[in-house]
Design a protein around this ligand. Structure first.
Ligand SMILES: *Cc1c(COP(=O)(O)O)cnc(C)c1O
Length: 461
């Protein structure tokens, strides 16, 4: 069989880095619902988004029809420093599991930011620079997005202001310093430096913060400072568009060896890596050319897909951002201090939400300690120290491979290994010391979040 000759790492050539991003929306029959203006409840027009986002990114955000978008040459130049990323056959893990399944992973941790987020950070910084802006503001949870954006802003010569969720700021001081190496200004959120931060601190003294709070602060600073716009590392349609390089490369690598995955797995925080990884495969599925099982993996502590509501909701705690129709736990939902900081967002990409709602993909929720067990099994066999976020996908991939062991099926599994875990050693330490808890929110906990979802005609859930 051809697969016998598959090398451990499948590398593409530099010339095979995608020249265009693929916009999955072009092939969706049911398009993701438009963003709404929270005041008028009407679909947002480009002019209304212009004070918050960069012009060209707004066009990408609203474009449901163009299937392929050229990647500007300046972005391609930087992509060359760390792309193409390898697609790796997990031979050692397969052997340890004793599974007949064939496991592949697309590894996005081979850049200093340590995750896939640089793929979109570069695009967003480039368009901000092209528009002649002074700088950008953003939030960061675990710190990977802030780091990626800092790198991109340093490269394109932009000022970068990062609001970092307080629990991560405290747990990951070295992350903060990496951002400062690249010239970013980093503030723990909620902070006293914005009106919304002061209000959140007054209402919830001692809060460890959430992505939703940090987004509100970053948006406030962008809209109240001349020459600044806000950029976001996940959730948005434009981010999934940029992340399609992951899937396009993975598919090209597998195609070289005639490999077709049966199951494609990715962790889901706001949905950007998963949306990017599955993009070309989902395109085939939507066009009725091929079928794949696609699985989103989320933490049981922040279960947007598996226990959330499909409804219009705010993207931020301060309720100043547009309304997005998505699987949501409510914008006031603050998850327990889950160690996978990048998976703590209460909502989900509107694209993936629509696809999930229409039955094109599945979702599973996994518990933290089981995730770290999988992370260590992976590290000890494959060598790479995985990020806790990525390890959610590893958990699900191992579980699928173990099912194959029972049934004897030789399925081919592809999963996204989104990043490395060097800055997550406090989480690994808690795991080793038996201090990690598997807190799963009760229905009553979730109800509090659902109660905050805006109610208006057409938004029944
Ligand atoms: C941010 C992050 C995620 C989750 O974000 P998505 O937008 O859902 O991809 C996953 N893994 C890593 C390493 C991250 O940094």
């Amino acid at each position: 069989m051809a697969e016998q000759n598959v090398p451990y790492k499948i590398y593409l050539n530099e010339k095979d880095i995608p020249k265009q991003w693929y916009n999955l929306r072009a092939d969706m029959k049911n398009k993701p619902a438009p963003l709404l203006n929270p005041g008028t409840l009407q679909p947002l027009k480009a002019e209304e988004l212009a004070p918050i986002f960069c012009e060209e990114l707004i066009q990408q955000e609203l474009d449901n029809d163009t299937a392929f978008v050229d990647i500007p040459a300046e972005i391609q130049e930087y992509y060359k420093t760390y792309r193409p990323s390898p697609t790796i056959r997990a031979y050692h893990l397969e052997k340890a599991l004793g599974t007949p399944a064939k496991i592949y992973y697309k590894f996005e941790g081979n850049n200093t930011s340590g995750s896939h987020k640089l793929n979109s950070a570069l695009a967003q910084a480039y368009y901000a620079k092209k528009q002649g802006l002074k700088g950008v503001t953003t939030e960061t949870g675990a710190g990977q997005w802030g780091t990626a954006l800092s790198m991109a802003c340093a490269y394109f010569g932009l000022d970068c202001k990062v609001f970092m969720v307080k629990v991560s700021y405290e747990q990951k001081p070295f992350r903060r310093e990496v951002m400062r190496v690249y010239g970013a200004d980093v503030t723990p959120s909620p902070s006293m430096s914005t009106a919304i931060g002061r209000k959140i601190l007054a209402d919830h003294p001692g809060t460890t913060g959430s992505l939703g709070c940090a987004i509100s602060e970053a948006v406030e600073v962008a809209t109240s400072n001349e020459g600044y716009r806000y950029v976001l590392g996940s959730v948005l349609n434009q981010v999934l568009l940029h992340q399609s390089v992951i899937g396009l490369e993975a598919k090209a690598a597998l195609d070289q060896y005639g490999i077709t995955p049966d199951i494609i797995i990715g962790c889901a925080g706001g949905g950007s890596n998963l949306g990017g990884l599955i993009a070309p495969f989902m395109g085939e599925k939507l066009r009725g050319e091929k079928d794949y099982r696609i699985i989103a993996v989320e933490p049981a502590s922040c279960p947007s897909f598996t226990r959330g509501k499909f409804a219009y909701d705010f993207c931020d705690t301060g309720m100043i951002c547009p309304l997005a129709k998505m699987y949501t736990l409510g914008s006031s939902f603050i998850p327990s201090a889950n160690h996978a900081g990048g998976l703590r967002f209460h909502g989900m990409s509107t694209i993936l939400s629509q696809l999930y709602h229409d039955g094109y993909m599945e979702a599973v929720a996994v518990e933290q300690t089981a995730v770290f067990q999988a992370a260590e099994q992976f590290a000890r066999t494959e060598g790479i120290l995985p990020a806790p976020e990525s390890s959610h996908a590893i958990r699900a991939a191992i579980d699928e491979a173990l099912k194959c062991k029972e049934t004897g099926e030789e399925k081919t599994i592809l999963f996204g290994l989104t990043g490395t875990g060097y800055f997550d050693m406090v989480a690994y330490e808690n795991f080793h010391d038996g201090k990690m808890s598997d807190y799963i929110p009760t229905d009553a906990d979730l109800q509090k979040g659902f109660d905050g979802i805006p109610k208006f005609p057409g938004n029944e859930f």
